[in-house]
Design a binder for this molecule. Structure first.
Ligand code: PMP
Length: 355
């Protein structure tokens, strides 16, 4: 015998990224290569002295300080979480809930709407145009009605790859007192100066999400952080799980922040490979490659992309299939890998295109 769970769980499909074993793993926007050897060695050294028997610093203050210093901010402008995912959920708890609403801009990261659903938050969709550009006027107009708790803008957006302009974000911030979450999980792959960080000093309602999972190659470690006003940070400390950022993750991230310059070469390689892969795919008939500022490409095919996904998987290549969503019909999202992996992807799609 078991009582029913929370009615909000009715019909919820558990998050399933279809993360299957494959020779070429280009489905989850990870980096293919691990952290640089010297950084790994420094991490191992630091872990050798770590007290496993003691609870970690609940707020990860040493890490907050080092991230704050990186961006010219203060400790109370930074909150760390167990991946960006945990912080997204904490924001939904703190600014969502029954009677609150979220402006969502699909197609985008599905976790936002899922968190809204779980917290009883009403989702107000302001969809992207068919070419995936933001309907800036519609978003600002809807936000300025004054009845929404949160607006989430993803820049670069997952899965479409486009960037929100700073002018637009500033216009939005001026139009509303809602919490504006700018998810910059992929910002390190965008041109220098694309981040909206400079707006933080003037706008208490701006929250910027970054993660160590992408450019800093720590997807397995689970560490993300928010850059925000002290008031937002203080509200979030009320909902967060006290020890969600464990001592091992804190130690690893401290070394990565200290040695962040060592990651620049990998980021540059991915940016260059993204352009090469995009150009190679764009040459193929029946293929549309959307401009991307992230470490992946959103690619639309003029045929059944679900079948193409399977054909690629049968050849040992795992990409992400977005064709079930009408807005991304026949779209696959392909993460940028190493030059060898990108060649494999390109050659397989070329061959399959001729079938
Ligand atoms: N935001 C976006 C747009 C993402 O794509 C992801 C990862 N898929 C995240 C946040 C969360 O990443 P993580 O939990 O690994 O930090």
């Amino acid at each position: 015998m078991l009582r029913s769970s929370n009615p909000l769980l009715a019909g919820v499909e558990p998050y399933d990224p279809k993360y299957l074993p494959a020779d070429v793993m280009v489905s989850a926007n990870e980096m293919t290569f691990d952290v640089p050897a010297a950084v790994r060695a420094a991490v191992v050294d630091r872990l050798a002295d770590l007290a496993f028997n003691r609870y970690p610093d609940p707020l990860a203050n040493e890490l907050r300080d080092s991230i704050a210093q990186w961006y010219g901010l203060a400790r109370d402008n930074v909150i760390c979480g167990n991946g960006g995912d945990e912080l997204l959920f904490n924001l939904a708890l703190a600014w969502g809930g029954a009677g609150n609403s979220l402006i969502n801009v699909p197609p985008t990261f599905s976790v936002y709407a899922a968190n809204a659903h779980l917290t009883g938050t009403t989702v107000v969709d302001v969809p992207r145009r068919t070419d995936f550009t933001l309907d800036e006027d519609a978003i600002v107009e809807r936000a300025s009605k004054g009845d929404v708790g949160t607006v989430i803008i993803t820049s670069p957006n997952n899965p479409t790859g486009d960037l929100a302009s700073r002018e637009f974000v500033e216009r939005l911030l001026n139009a509303t007192d809602a919490l504006v979450l700018l998810d910059e999980a992929y910002i390190e792959f965008a041109p220098e100066g694309s981040s909206c960080l400079p707006l933080l000093a003037k706008h208490e309602n701006l929250v910027i999400l970054h993660t160590f999972s992408k450019a800093f190659r720590l997807a397995g470690v689970r560490l993300g952080y928010l850059l925000c006003s002290p008031r937002v940070a203080s509200e979030l400390t009320k909902v967060r799980q006290p020890y969600s950022v464990d001592a091992v993750s804190q130690a690893i991230a401290l070394e990565v922040v200290k040695n962040r310059a060592a990651f620049a070469e990998g980021i540059q390689m991915v940016k260059a490979e993204r352009e090469r892969l995009a150009a190679g795919l764009a040459e193929l008939p029946g293929v549309t490659v959307y401009p991307s500022f992230a470490n992946f490409l959103c690619v639309r095919f003029d045929r059944d992309a679900g079948k193409l996904w399977q054909d690629l998987y049968d050849r040992g290549i795992l990409v992400r299939d977005f064709s079930a969503n009408p807005a991304t019909r026949n779209c696959l999202r392909i993460s940028v890998g190493t030059p060898e992996e990108n060649d494999k992807v390109l050659n397989a799609i070329k061959e399959l295109a001729n079938v």
